[in-house]
Ligand binder design. Structure first.
Ligand code: B12
Length: 104
């Protein structure tokens, strides 16, 4: 765990608690930063917060994002909007969202 990593989780978790979003999104271009997704996921679950965490970016793929409980993979940035629309439409179960948005 790096100091930078700790700072990131703290800020993300604080923002989620303060703003109570319906979902969270993350993007990672580098293999060195993509592991922050799981760290954020674990901190959210530790706090009892189970919101869909849509993730994408050149460094990650569906198999990686499926490894943590809240992760929903999106191939295109515009998938984040579609995921948000689905949640607003009443689909907020992670497994159901994965079934709808995951490709395999
Ligand atoms: C542009 C670029 C840069 C620019 C960034 C400019 C900027 N202000 O953004 C600059 C020159 C600064 C840069 C710097 C570096 N870069 Co660079 N860069 C790239 C490059 C060429 C394109 C990235 C990009 O913007 N793609 C366009 C976007 C739209 O595509 P995308 O991220 O894949 O997103 C699509 C999907 O993934 C999806 N998506 C993305 N996010 C999300 C989120 C959600 C929620 C959803 C649903 C979907 C989704 O939607 C998009 C399509 O619609 C990539 C190579 C590549 N082909 O990816 C390397 C690349 C990412 N860079 C790399 C590296 C190593 C670096 C540096 C570390 C280099 C260095 N030694 O300094 C630095 C790091 C800087 C930093 N602090 O992060 C490597 C990473 C390798 C790795 N394994 O981690 C890459 C892969 C190049 C390579 N092959 O080596 N880089």
């Amino acid at each position: 765990m790096t100091l930078e990593g700790t700072f990131l989780w703290t800020k993300v978790i604080e923002a989620v608690i303060a703003n109570k979003p319906i979902m969270l999104t993350g993007t990672a271009l580098m293999t060195t930063t993509m592991y922050a997704f799981k760290e954020v996921n674990d901190k959210l679950i530790e706090k009892g917060i189970k919101i869909p965490f849509a993730c994408g970016g050149g460094a990650v793929n569906q198999d990686f994002v499926s490894q943590y409980d809240l992760g929903i993979y999106g191939e295109e940035a515009s998938d984040a909007v579609k995921i948000a629309d689905a949640i607003i439409g009443g689909v907020d179960d992670i497994e159901e969202l994965r079934e709808e948005f995951h490709k395999h």
